[in-house]
Design a protein around this ligand. Structure first.
Ligand code: ATP
Ligand code: MG
Length: 140
């Protein structure tokens, strides 16, 4: 498989519980390399723009409120088939459906506060990486 880059976000429920290091260890153990990383506080405007694809969903307002409720860690992951690999390590959106050993199964609080985001396709990965990172801030 080809070397890819994908966007990961460690969400506010996880930063609040000081789980950044534990989550990063899971990513690295899965063969993903953290080639860009920044801890930031999303503004409401950024959250709405980032999740624009979900604007019509019933949970959109709550999701944007949650994502701005505390710091997040945005990160670029690089590795063989990184987009799918990261989705595997994350586990299903609802932690109750997530496989044992996945980040969401082990750390998520709820379907909303599910600890991590990961791009769901190579095209979205490129768009989402560019949303947060300049090419000069990514060092492979
Ligand atoms: P992400 O995009 O964060 O990686 P995902 O691709 O697994 O997660 P999406 O369907 O894209 O899931 O939903 C985006 C986010 O919206 C979810 O991660 C979760 O935080 C929230 N969400 C999704 N479905 C629900 C729901 N039914 N109720 C509340 N929040 C939800
Ligand atoms: Mg998604």
């Amino acid at each position: 498989m080809a070397i890819e880059r994908t966007l990961s976000i460690i969400k506010p429920d996880a930063t609040r519980r000081n789980l950044t290091g534990k989550i990063n260890a899971r990513l690295e153990e899965a063969g993903l390399r953290i080639v860009g990383q920044r801890r930031i506080r999303l503004t409401r405007e950024m959250a709405e723009k980032f999740y624009a694809v979900h604007a019509e969903r019933s949970f959109f307002n709550d999701l944007c409120a949650f994502m701005t409720s505390g710091p997040v860690v945005v990160q670029v992951l690089e590795g063989d088939g990184a987009v799918a690999r990261n989705r595997e390590v994350m586990g299903a959106t609802n932690p109750q459906n997530a496989a044992p050993g996945t980040i969401r199964r082990d750390f998520a609080e709820s379907i909303e506060a599910n600890s991590v985001h990961g791009s769901d396709s190579l095209d979205n990965a490129a768009r989402e990486v560019a949303f947060f990172f300049a090419e000069t801030d990514i060092v492979g």
